[in-house]
Design a protein around this ligand. Structure first.
Ligand SMILES: [Zn+2]
Length: 274
């Protein structure tokens, strides 16, 4: 057992040292990523199929056409060839949510459309989800968890040799470090991922010809949708804070320049859903 744990630790350390760096599009951050697309894409596709099997899909009608049109505009900007893009519309008017899985599999709930309000708002939400995909956030998260696991395996091997620790003390120590690692290493990254997906989403919507200022307004509507009733599902997985809007404002000038070069010749801020 100890040998196996040691092997996991060595593999994690070696992988960290030699493989691990890829670059996130748009923002240019170097990321720690152990898992190649060839492994991640089939995981995303199979998770997508099994998740959709339990949900009520909207197959046709105006909402599907609108989501499909905006979705195509955004994925065209993101690069259509590397991923097998697909966007499902889930018929749940009370669920304010959207998500994306590795490999380009996206879902939009009908309940988020009134928060998007218009085509440009939807372009931002889709841009954000596409942002998670192209930034390979799923693979990065999994890589971090693997690294944490490798670190824990090393600590376990070390405590096993410390004869003065009882089994119980070892368990407590491991649990404490495990918890710390979860909170300290893995979770804060996910807020960083959210902000990164925001920036990528905003740049992509601008390049597709939608006014990027809508990306900031949507957070006010999201918060308003949460006031008084239960928290929108989108906010529980996508923590909203002022920092998030500030972060978008930092990139707004750059996004506006892209928008001005590519602006669509129709009003994409006219209210479609309320
Ligand atoms: Zn997100």
């Amino acid at each position: 057992m100890r040998k196996l744990l040691f092997a996991i630790l060595c593999a994690a350390v070696a992988a960290t040292a030699f493989l691990a760096c890829t670059k996130v599009p748009v923002v240019g951050r170097r990321q720690f990523n152990l898992i190649p697309d060839a492994l991640m894409l089939p995981i995303g596709t199979s998770a997508y199929q099994s998740t959709l099997a339990d949900l009520k899909l909207l197959k046709k009608g105006e909402q599907v056409e609108q989501v499909t049109q905006v979705s195509r505009a955004i994925t065209r900007v993101a690069g259509s060839d590397r991923y097998d893009w697909e966007t499902a519309v889930i018929k749940e008017p009370d669920t304010i949510n959207a998500w994306a899985l590795p490999g380009g599999k996206i879902a939009v709930y009908t309940g988020i459309l009134p928060v998007c309000r218009n085509e440009a708002g939807l372009a931002f939400i889709l841009g954000h989800e596409v942002g998670h995909v192209v930034a390979r956030h799923g693979a990065e998260r999994m890589s971090q968890q693997l690294a944490v696991l490798g670190g824990l395996a090393g600590l376990y091997a070390w405590t096993e040799r410390r004869t003065e620790l009882t089994d119980e003390q070892q368990a407590v120590l491991l649990a404490a470090v495990g918890l710390g690692a979860e909170v300290g290493v893995v979770l804060p990254f996910s807020r960083k991922h959210e902000r990164e997906a925001d920036v990528i989403g905003m740049m992509y919507m601008a390049r597709a010809g939608y006014p990027p200022g809508e990306s900031i307004k949507i957070w006010d509507r999201m918060e308003a949708a949460g006031a008084g009733s239960s928290l929108p599902a989108f906010l529980s997985t996508h923590p909203s804070d002022e920092q998030r809007q500030e972060n978008l404002r930092d990139w707004l000038q750059q996004a506006r320049r892209r928008y001005e070069r590519n602006a669509l010749d129709r009003d994409t801020t006219a209210v479609l859903w309320d």
